[in-house]
Write a protein that binds this ligand. Sequence first.
Ligand code: GLU
Ligand code: MG
Length: 449
Amino acid sequence: MQRDLLEKQLREYNVELVRAIYVGPDGIARGKAFLPGSIDDVLAHGLGLTQAQASVTVFDHLPPESQFQPVGEVRICPDINTFQVLPYLPGHARMISNLNTIQGDPWELCPRHLLQTFLDRLSERGLVLRAAFENEFTIYRNVNGNWEPLDQTNCFSSAAMDMASPYILPMLSALEQQGVQVEKYYPEAGHGQHEIPIRHQAGMLSADQQVIFKETVRGVALANDFRISFMPKASPDSAGNGCHIHFSLWDKESEQNLFYDPNAAFGLSELALQFTAGVLNHLPAVMAFTAPTTNSYSRFVERCWSSCYASWGPDNREATLRAASGFLGQESATVNVEFKPSDPTCNPYLALSALLCAGLDGIDQGASPGEPVMTDPALLSEAERESRGMRRYPSDLSVSLSALEADSLFQRQFGESRIQDYLTMKRAEIEMINSLEHAAEQTAYLFRF
Ligand code: GLU
Ligand code: MG
């Protein structure tokens, strides 16, 4: 966005406060707000932030053993191209930010910078990532002072659409006003669970739109006296909130979808298969970023549509990677791969970086994902799954973190410092959760993301 256009919007919408937000390694959108009068100063110099914030857990705890302590500073540097007036909060605007060093260079711990380095690597190969995050979330309404899920109806229920309409319509409108293209809407299987799939976007915008999506859905709720939970397993006895990632690689020049091959089985190209194989080969390390909370692992229940076993398959909604069939006559535009073991507590920049790190390795190795799985892996015997290499997902976050620690590809490509920081921070989070009564995990995460 041009500076003069931004000025026009600040005046036209009577903006009184602009927030510069970033998503740190913990996955929470945080930031600092400033008055519009200082916008040039902020764009030129950024806002101050303690380095320690990269090591702070979702519970705002700074582990004493982490490498970043209260001495040392970085800058929150808003990206002018992400400026948006908030349609659901009059007087407010938002910019998404990078974290830079005080010298103005990309900071080694900034998640948005990391994604940029992977996107640049793709670009050197003539490739562009297109991706969409597909969030499920739980709507809570206030019933006599208690927050309760909005409905207890069925998946895709028309009755649930009636009940949720006053909550959903303002969300759809606010998303569209910010350039997030809504593709569909439907109630999901869990109590009060709803889903708004959005259109895929290229590169950084796909991750930025995930931030805008969550900010908007939560913000619309707060402005209208209801609340949203993005917690992976908000109700222990009903379906979890996933955030599947749909992705494909496109040719930069011809703008063709390179995951599509009309002559290949399921229309899925060799490139897509190699990428899929790379993700499967590094799955537990990838999941350290895509299923990043202790609660994430409660979601992986057999026959709950969340997937539980490392596998891939065409239109298989219990596989880790679903090769999504193209729509008739639009195959080239619509063939994509859906990654299931991710949820809305993930940092979208780290999640996409993790997928690219693993997927590009699959391409470099010319890896094969093996035979597709044509049934629900849960219906196979343990011996069958084992013979086909369909491993059960890590049982909890600590297992994924250990896999990440042992994954030399991730150590190299994410950087040892970033991995070390992440492991320390996440292990402190686990310790905190373990110190709570079991039921308290629910309250600790419920409205945090
Ligand atoms: N709620 C399911 C999950 O936890 C996903 C349902 C679906 O959209 O297939 O991932
Ligand atoms: Mg769904």
